[in-house]
Design a protein around this ligand. Structure first.
Ligand SMILES: NC(=O)c1ccc[n+]([C@@H]2O[C@H](COP(=O)([O-])OP(=O)(O)OC[C@H]3O[C@@H](n4cnc5c(N)ncnc54)[C@H](OP(=O)(O)O)[C@@H]3O)[C@@H](O)[C@H]2O)c1
Length: 313
């Protein structure tokens, strides 16, 4: 099968198209022919050898966590999917969806949303699960609370803003000026331009009582600065930067360091939100698999609006 592979750790330009053996589904797995694969920040970080946990991954290394596609085989113990079903899923790290076929645990899959294209559907799993596990699972965000999503226009931001609004929270976020209309369309109530010096002071002036929950999805100084926007007892869930226990203690807030986990049940709940229109897919741009290196380079530069997906087959 055709796959986009690293032969050694390095920058996205190291990616090449290669021919690999098709995986086989064991008894609790399904084999999926991948239609589209979503590109996430973690993919280029794994390929660059920046994530310790995957430093021993074997080569050739296929990255890619997200996929949409069609079930072509089911293992003998699989009861919840049949050949021909359109599905979406998030693979465990280091991934493997930048390839024509994936074999994965049937319990990690969901049916593809009936109202989305398979390209749009492939943009959802990893960012959808991350936001669900952060806001519903960890922070238990509830109606009337104030949520501050550090960055609103990227992959996780596009879903976190919408999910926060759907849960009944007032949502604050940041973006560059060129993304203001996009983020407004997602349902953000207060938008700050992160390039303006001292914008965090303006945010605190607007919410002097402090926000209830921070979703920290940006690397760098914004993360450290976000602790002081929380009310005492508020919760910061970080998915990007490491937690800062001394800063959390100083401000009397709780912090949670989240690593997303594949979960078919939660993904199915997210699909329901998509199908009833509560959440829209992020803005999606489609690249051919052969241009995957270019797509990964774009993601690594950190200014993609919404998501990039690769057309695999
Ligand atoms: N722990 C986990 O399980 C987990 C899961 C998912 C993601 N992550 C991590 O979380 C981070 C975010 O992921 P993502 O998928 O949302 O990334 P992404 O889609 O690449 O984020 C791109 C967005 O970030 C914005 N941005 C860039 N610099 C910014 C800054 N200084 N302040 C505010 N916004 C800024 C850009 O907006 P502008 O174009 O307007 O500049 C762009 O829209 C990554 O580090 C990723 O690896 C971790």
């Amino acid at each position: 099968m055709k796959a986009l592979v690293y032969q050694k750790f390095g920058p996205p330009e190291n990616l090449v198209i290669s021919d690999l053996a098709r995986p086989e589904a064991c008894s609790h797995e399904v084999l999926v022919r991948v239609a589209y694969a979503g590109v996430n920040s973690v993919d280029w970080k794994i390929g660059a050898g920046r994530i310790d946990h995957y430093r021993n991954a074997p080569f050739p290394l296929v990255t890619g966590r997200d996929f949409s596609g069609t079930v072509v085989e089911v293992g003998s113990h699989v009861r919840n999917f049949s050949v021909g079903d359109a599905v979406i899923g998030c693979l465990p790290g280091p991934g493997g969806s930048f390839a024509e076929y994936v074999a994965t645990d049937a319990l990690s899959l969901a049916r593809a949303p009936s109202n989305l294209t398979l390209a749009e559907a492939a943009s959802i799993p990893l960012v959808g699960l991350t936001c669900w596990q952060a806001l519903v699972g960890s922070a238990k965000l509830s109606k009337g609370e104030v949520l501050y999503v550090l960055s609103g226009a990227g992959g996780t931001g596009s879903i976190a803003v919408q999910l926060g609004a759907a849960l009944g929270a007032k949502v604050i976020t940041t973006c560059s000026e060129r993304n203001r209309d996009y983020v407004t369309g997602l349902g953000a109530n207060y938008i700050f331009d992160y390039s303006k010096p001292n914008f965090t002071d303006d945010l605190i002036a607007e919410f002097p009582q402090g926000v209830d929950v921070v979703f920290s999805n940006v690397l760098g100084p914004l993360h450290r600065d976000a602790y002081r926007t929380l009310r005492p007892g508020g919760i910061l869930v970080t998915i990007g930067e490491s937690p800062l226990p001394a800063v959390a203690e100083k401000h009397g807030v709780d912090e949670i360091d989240l690593i997303v986990q594949p979960n078919g049940k939660q993904l199915t709940e997210i699909v329901t939100y998509l199908e009833n229109g509560t959440i829209k897919p992020p803005s999606v741009s489609i690249h051919a698999l052969v241009h995957g290196a270019h797509a990964m380079q774009n993601i690594s530069e950190g200014h993609v609006r919404g998501k990039i997906v690769l057309q695999v087959s």
